[in-house]
Design a protein around this ligand. Sequence first.
Ligand SMILES: [Fe+2]
Ligand SMILES: [Fe+2]
Length: 168
Amino acid sequence: MDYKTEDNVQEAFSGESRANRRYMVYAEKAEKEGYPQVAKLFRAVAEAEMVHIRNHLNVIDAIGSTKDNLLAASIGEKDEFTSMYPIFIEIAQKEKNDRAERSFDWANRVEKVHYTYFDAAYKDMREGKQPAEATYYVCQVCGNTVRDNVPDKCPICGVPTKAFKKVD
Ligand SMILES: [Fe+2]
Ligand SMILES: [Fe+2]
């Protein structure tokens, strides 16, 4: 007999993950439109979806040690900029979908940065070292993720410093 529950847990994890992120974006929109109560509702439900996500991941033992998780994260980021986004960009170009092309291109370039950070942290841990202390800032336009020093202008999308948000 084929067991389907593991696939179902994966599917539930994907669906909840999408809902969680979508609700956070909806909350930002509600704030902008002047509905703080609706924003709060979206954030509350997103928080609950996060609980479901964690539970589902635990069911399939998908959360490893931090060292393992850094390796998994670096592999995932690398996969995005080596196989996924390059193909998506090519297709968007062929279909002349400039908005999609730009969105993919920004993500593609930022995933390389993410890979570098994860890979370095993984290597530190593999050598038994605690990764160095750092402050991270994220460009709210393209997602570029910088350490310690915010550039005058985002090197990926060109927006000024104020578009970078510090991560706590
Ligand atoms: Fe990434
Ligand atoms: Fe940027």
